[in-house]
Design a protein around this ligand. Structure first.
Ligand code: NAD
Ligand code: ZN
Ligand code: ZN
Length: 346
């Protein structure tokens, strides 16, 4: 089969590789579509190899069950679904509580195994996955469904974790209306009555944010925090979702979140929010505000995201590329030229 693989730091190649075989408890999935996440760019640019042999990227996978490994019950060849990206142990106390995204087996700061970031991922004709990761999507289109596996899952989880702040009259700021953010805006609108303020450095992304239901759009700049304070009577926003995570957006988050507000770090740009334990004067973190570094989501969050999409309440905007054209799609994402999510179709 053909697979888009990371062979050296920064180098993507379309290669012929053997079609994998499902082992006990696994499914072979014929990939229908595989989304490109900005996290792949972070991996692409790591100065070292993620693993010794070439790695097939892709953690937003939609497809069809093509074969069942031994001891798999409850799935049939031809079933259509998404692959939940936390391949957690399933038995630890966190997994037992449904917090598979912080599975104990991953240790303190690692992530549970994720397709395309350790095990081979979905940018190929076939991929082998744990049967427990399969989440049915009914007759949903694969290209529309694939971004739910991360762009919706991760946004949904971050938003669900801030639900106490998302009350009538409240303001939620979404920083970065890219692959995750444009879906996050729709999830906020679907789940809550808040006013949504989108912030992006790209005017085109602010247009997309408006199309997705953002009430206001602000260009990222030196005065963005001041403008948000002005819009919120000087208090700041009840919730801030930073889908970029660089220094500028981390600082902005601290400067525009309100007292008892929720600041959620989702973007992985290594940004330093500059939080100190001093009295909350000036632009610092106000009293009561919480910071949460949010990773992925739970399997239930994915099931909920699929339900929202099937009801037509959220729709990932996508740009479709052939698998063979994958390197070009990555380049466009890197240049900020993808509107919504780029999705590869093998
Ligand atoms: P993307 O490239 O599709 O979107 C990024 C958006 O941010 C774009 O609209 C861009 O214009 C905007 N942007 C860039 N710099 C900005 C700035 N300084 N100020 C305001 N806007 C800015 O990326 P994506 O796929 O949506 O991923 C976003 C981030 O989330 C990445 O860092 C990715 O690695 C991370 N991520 C985290 C998790 C998690 O579990 N925490 C999961 C998936 C992705
Ligand atoms: Zn991702
Ligand atoms: Zn576990």
């Amino acid at each position: 089969m053909r697979a888009l693989q990371l062979t050296e730091p920064g180098r993507l190649e379309l290669r012929e590789v053997p079609t994998p075989e499902p082992g006990p408890g696994q499914l072979l999935i014929r990939v229908g579509a595989s989304g490109i996440c900005h996290s792949d760019l972070h991996v692409l640019h790591l100065p070292f190899k993620v693993r010794e042999e070439p790695l097939t990227l892709g953690h937003e996978i939609a497809g069809t069950v093509a074969a069942l490994g031994p001891h798999v019950e409850g799935r049939e060849i031809g079933d259509r679904g998404l692959i939940y990206l936390c391949w957690s142990c399933g038995i630890c106390p966190e997994c037992a509580s449904g917090n598979e995204n912080v599975c104990r087996a991953a240790g303190r700061t690692a992530m549970p195994p994720c397709p395309g970031l350790g095990p081979d991922g979905g940018m190929a004709e076939y991929v082998v996955v744990p049967a427990t990761s399969f989440v049915p999507i009914g007759d949903m289109d694969f290209v529309a469904a694939a971004p739910l596996a991360d762009a919706a899952l991760t946004s949904y989880h971050a938003i669900r974790g801030a639900r106490d702040q998302l009350r009538p009259g409240a303001t939620a700021v979404v920083i970065g209306a890219g692959g995750l953010g444009h879906v996050g805006i729709q999830i906020l609108r679907a789940l809550s009555p808040v006013r949504v303020v989108a912030v992006d450095s790209d005017p085109g992304k602010l247009e997309l944010a408006a199309e997705c239901g953002a009430h206001e759009g602000l260009p990222a700049g030196d005065d963005t925090a001041a403008r948000i304070l002005e819009m919120t009577g000087g208090r700041g926003a009840e919730a801030v979702f930073d889908f970029v995570g660089v220094d500028a957006t981390a600082r902005l988050s601290v400067e525009c979140v309100g007292p008892n507000g929720a600041y959620r770090m989702i973007g992985l740009g290594d940004g330093d929010p500059g939080i100190t334990a001093g009295p909350a004067g000036g632009p610092g973190l106000p009293w009561g505000a919480t910071v949460r570094k949010s990773y992925g989501g739970t399997r239930r969050d994915l099931i909920d995201s699929v339900a929202l999409a099937r009801e037509g309440r959220i729709l990932a905007r996508t740009e479709q590329f052939a698998l063979a054209d994958g390197a070009r799609a990555y380049a466009l994402l890197e240049q900020g030229r993808i509107r919504g999510r780029a999705v590869l179709v093998p």
